[in-house]
Design a protein around this ligand. Sequence first.
Ligand code: SF4
Length: 406
Amino acid sequence: MPARDGGLCRVKLPGGRLTAGQARAIAAASERWANGVLELTNRANLQLRGIRPDGAVALVAELQGAGLGPADPAADDVRNLLLSPAAGRDPQQLCDVRPLAAELLALLEGDRRLHGLSPKFALQLDGGEALARLDHPHDVWLSARAEGYVLGLAGTPQDVPVALIPEGREVATVARLLHRFLDLASPEQGRMRQLLAQHPAEGLLAGLDLLPVPASPRAPAEIALRLGSHPQRQAGFHWVGAQPALGRLPAASLAAVADLAERLGKDELHLTPWQGLLLPDVPADKALELLTALANLALTTDPAAPLARLVACTGSAGCAKGQADTKGDALRLAERLPADVEVHLSGCPRSCALAGQAPHTLLAVAPGRYDLFVRDATLPGPGRRRATQLSLDEAAAWLARSPSDA
Ligand code: SF4
């Protein structure tokens, strides 16, 4: 699709996974046909930007030749299924969601009527892992409990589960639910929240043979596990997580990470929904060597580092809607970011870089000028507006004065 800085190509990765060979293919295609920098998205996908007008067809062919993309091109947009990047390896998980994830992806790809879902319509499959993104309820979500999977819908009160799915009925239930959604939703109601604003959830769920929600709660998540080295449930192995500054990774660095995955881990890279990546199955005695190598590639592995606490969208450098150069401003803000403060810089209200509310949001209103919001779950959008038209210096001073305001 076109963008201010040239063509944009989003590569949807099943469950956020790609092989080292696929990572090298993406890196090579980016250098040959695009701007040589990959963007890691908050849906655990990759984007190539700055694609030359004469390169789009060849680029897509190269990516498909590497086994990226769906068997049916019409299915590409709907392959939105988020897993924990540590699924199958997280010591806290109640179950390994990967086999069910494969079945759900096959459903989304194989059922042609589901290709009519909005490209933004997304599913989440949660196995109870400690490393999990739980701050943004997906349109449809399944979460493991001791009794089985509970079902949730974005837009229900407090976003709590609505039912327990009978064991073994997960795929059939999701299929019937998605068809029911398509039956009921108008063209303007592409997302679950929009439909539930007009239709009670009971009508959507009627006849799906669901069970009452069990009382057992979900164990807490710990997103600091996205960075650094952490033991897997498989004895003697760690995963190692890292993120490039503001989710932008030079193609040469992606190729180097792929080489590291092959040499020190498994032939696999997992993208995370925090614009980072995770290398699994690293022998414990190799983890330090890998952390050092990732740091040498300018990737952050410390959750306390300023760049691990900043998120920014593409901004005016690449997006026509951007009111400010959010990525450039975020790099400047990193030098002055107070300890423990997390900030999201958004070029416009669409909030492409972060689906939920950040503790602090700087929403661009003009080049170098931002309105400042603090998280408030009772309000939509970025939260409560606390200051307007701040320069970057003024925003840094405000954050230093009021770091616990959120
Ligand atoms: S949030 Fe707005 S400015 Fe930023 S990338 Fe999305 S549309 Fe563009």
